[in-house]
Design a protein around this ligand. Structure first.
Ligand code: NDP
Ligand SMILES: O=C(O)C1=N[C@H](C(=O)O)C[C@H](O)C1
Length: 267
């Protein structure tokens, strides 16, 4: 049995992660943490979820329960780093899905992974992790004539852009091409008065309504184009992936692991 704690348990992902921990085989929801002094502390989690049965209440993230085997974090960068410090201090493995991390914040993750095992993924769905392979194949086989663009669409509440997944797709493509991603990424063409070059990965972003998450990588030649698209229609897809990662990481050595390793798709 893997006893799972959820940080940010009142968030959009947090609630679904509580459900996933409750309904998955071999896992139990051990703690549902919210910010210290949050109004929800003491309220039954059961009242906020649609699936699963539990009698635990939301509790403060400042006190880590003794029986927690793995903690999952889908919050915001600042909160995630505070939770990570707790996890290191308490020797608890972590699964992290929080996006929008800076280079310096990523370095904090790598440092923590010397002390505890961490699975970090900007997307926990099976499909996106397969897509990361497919875009590398397309990037290699199309050669240097193809224009490469990435489009992503998410719900109106999302605050980071481009999405973590879009960046992961772009970085996978850059790696396959032997490019430095930061040198080729184009996020804004509004000030450019030049036609694009072939050595670019252009990003475009849509925020609207309740879109769970959609990503398309375009490879365009004159006269044809390939579009590789992934559409997530339920947050449970990400939550199930994260719970699967939690079971996988429970007894691992300290280290920085990817969802691709959990899914046995390679590093
Ligand atoms: N890797 C993946 O597969 C996926 C990743 N994500 C990522 O997960 C993250 C959360 O998304 P979503 O659930 O939609 O966001 P929400 O805004 O719904 O939830 C965010 C949660 O984080 C908490 N939080 C924010 N800041 C802090 C802090 N400083 N300290 C403690 N808790 C904090 C919030 O608490 P409060 O309510 O008190 O502010 C809330 O519980 C995003 O980064 C998103 O991109 C989302 C889906 C899939
Ligand atoms: O914020 C979201 O909702 C999502 N965030 C992740 C990202 O930034 O890629 C994953 C997913 O697309 C949903």
């Amino acid at each position: 049995m893997t006893n799972i704690a959820i940080f940010g348990a009142n968030g959009r992902m947090g609630k679904v992660l509580c459900e996933a921990a409750l309904i998955s085989t071999g896992t139990e929801l051990a703690a549902a943490y919210v910010r210290d002094q949050h109004d929800l502390i003491g309220s039954q989690v059961q009242h906020f979820i649609n699936q699963g049965k539990t009698d635990i209440a939301f509790s403060t993230e400042m006190v880590i329960a003794d029986d927690v085997d793995v903690a999952i974090d889908f919050t915001l960068p600042e909160g995630m780093l505070a939770h990570l410090d707790f996890a290191v201090a308490n020797n608890i493995p972590m699964v992290i899905g929080t996006t929008g991390l800076s280079e310096a914040q990523m370095q904090r993750l790598f440092e923590a992974a010397k002390h505890i095992p961490i699975v970090f993924a900007r997307n926990f769905s099976v499909g996106v992790n397969l897509l990361l392979d497919l875009v590398q194949t397309a990037a290699t086989k199309f050669g240097d004539d193809a224009d490469i663009e990435i489009f992503e669409a998410h719900h109106r509440h999302k605050i980071d852009a481009p999405s973590g997944t879009a960046l992961a797709i772009g970085e996978a493509i850059a790696e396959a091409k032997g490019w430095d991603h930061d040198q080729v990424a184009v996020y804004d063409r509004s000030q450019s008065e030049q036609a694009k070059s072939q050595k670019e990965i252009g990003y475009s972003v849509l925020r609207a309504g309740d879109i769970v998450g959609e990503h398309t990588a375009y490879f365009a030649l004159m006269g044809e184009r390939l579009e590789l698209t992934h559409k997530a229609s339920s947050r449970m897809t990400f939550a199930r992936g994260a719970v699967r990662a939690a079971k996988w990481v429970q007894n691992k050595h300290p280290g920085f692991y990817s969802m691709r390793e959990v899914l046995e798709l390679g590093k």
